[in-house]
Every structure is written in C-alpha cells, then in structure tokens.
Design a protein around this ligand. Structure first.
Ligand SMILES: O=C(CO)[C@@H](O)[C@H](O)COP(=O)(O)O
Length: 226
C-alpha cells in the first residue's frame, strides 16, 4: 500500500516570501513541496529555475523538492536541478524522445524520476518499461502552465489505468485538486496530491492538508483490501 503524500504547489504561494511559505506548509503537514519549473517554451509561462531552488534548499535543507519540469528540453536541466538540491525530477513525456535514458540520467544524479502526462496524452503512452523504471507517474488534471484552473474530470480514468498497471508506484495528480475533487483522485488510486490554490488560499491550510491526506489514506486502505 502506498502512503499519502501532500505536495503543495508553490505556484500559488506568495513568491515574495517563498522560504517562509514553504516552512508554513511543512509545519502544516506537507511532506513534499511541488516546485513548478516553467521555461516559456513547453508552457507559455516562466517561473523559476535552479537558482531559486538553491535558495529554498539552503533555507530548508531537509525539504523534499518535487521538481515538476515543464520545460522543452528536460535532458538539459538534470545536473542543475540535482546541484540545487532537487529530490525528484519529473519531466513531461511529451518533451522527450528517449524517456528511458532520461530516467537513467536522473537516477545517476541520485534523484527520483517522475514521468508526467498532459491532459491530451493517454496513460498508455507510458510504456510498461518506462512506468517500471520511473519512481512516480504524474497525471496532470489541468493543462500545465498556471495555477487556479478547473479540474478536468476526464483525466481521472488515466489514474485508475496507471494504478492497475503499477500498484506500487507513487501516482501524483496535479491541477485543480482540493477538498471538492480529492475523492475521485483518491478512489482512482492517486497517492501524491499536489494542491496550490486549495491550500495556499485556505484560511487554515493545515486543515486542508490533513483532509487530503486522510482521504488518500482511507482510499488506499480500501484499494489494498479489494
Ligand atoms: O503545474 C501546475 C500548473 O501548471 C500546478 O502545479 C498548479 O500550479 C496547481 O495549482 P492549483 O491548480 O492547485 O491551483
């Protein structure tokens, strides 16, 4: 049985006070922090890169940085993100022609490897070999590029398909996830929950974090008994 991991998306945070915001989330029960790296090519937005991640890591050395690389050339940034303290390097399947070699390069730098798919990419595009070699699979439930978008229900069956093929892997959902949409994600088998707006805009982020975590752990226990 895989455990619930809550990874607040810093995209919805107060960037002016990023390290303090990250500390607040960890205190509230977050295990990972989802760092949205956007390059202005793979997605229209530009956010942050290795220099900012280095600063956050210096301020909070124990933090598990779940780096979501929304970039056009994911091969290019593996060393920089590893040097910055990245713990997990998640690239988009749509952005590479050789996912197996990329996973190997990420592992060579002692990071976990994640494979993300955008809403229009079927889960079957993740081959059995790629899925087995990866540590985490990310099903985007919005089009990558910005926070605060509406959750796309049609992506949920992809989570179930991946959970059936990869029972032991971490399966992450990202985009529009919060108290109103967590049930379907958890029931489909997702155990790593990224939430931005739902956590950072809540009056009590720790309550939302706890609710997401409890929902996933209950669903995982149910799936394990089926
Ligand atoms: O990567 C992305 C969007 O590209 C996500 O991480 C969002 O930033 C999550 O934010 P909310 O949808 O939860 O507000």
């Amino acid at each position: 049985m895989v455990k619930a991991i809550i990874s607040p998306s810093v995209l919805a945070s107060d960037f002016g006070n990023l390290t303090a915001e990250c500390r607040r989330m960890i205190k509230g029960g977050a295990e990972w922090l989802h760092m949205d790296v956007m390059d202005g090519h793979f997605v229209p937005n530009i956010t942050m890169g290795a220099p900012i991640l280095t600063c956050v890591h210096k301020g909070i050395p124990d933090i598990f940085m779940d780096c979501h690389m929304m970039v056009a050339q994911p091969e290019k940034w593996v060393n920089d993100i590893a040097d910055a303290g990245g713990a997990l390097y998640c690239f988009h399947l749509e952005a590479t022609s050789d996912p197996l070699s990329l996973i190997q390069a990420i592992h060579d730098r002692k990071m976990k490897a994640g494979v993300a798919i955008s809403p229009d990419t079927p889960s079957t595009a993740i081959s059995d070999e790629v899925g087995e070699k990866a540590d985490m699979l990310l099903v985007m439930t919005v089009y990558p590029g910005r926070g605060g978008q509406k959750f796309l229900d049609r992506c949920v069956p992809k989570v179930a398909e991946l959970r059936a093929r990869f029972p032991q892997k971490d399966i992450e959902v990202d985009g529009g996830v919060g108290p109103k949409t967590i049930d379907v994600c958890a029931d489909a088998g997702s155990n790593v929950i990224v939430a931005g707006t739902a956590i950072f805009n809540a009056p009590n982020p720790e309550e939302v974090i706890q609710l997401l975590k409890n929902t996933v752990n209950t669903a995982q226990a149910k799936l394990a008994n089926q």
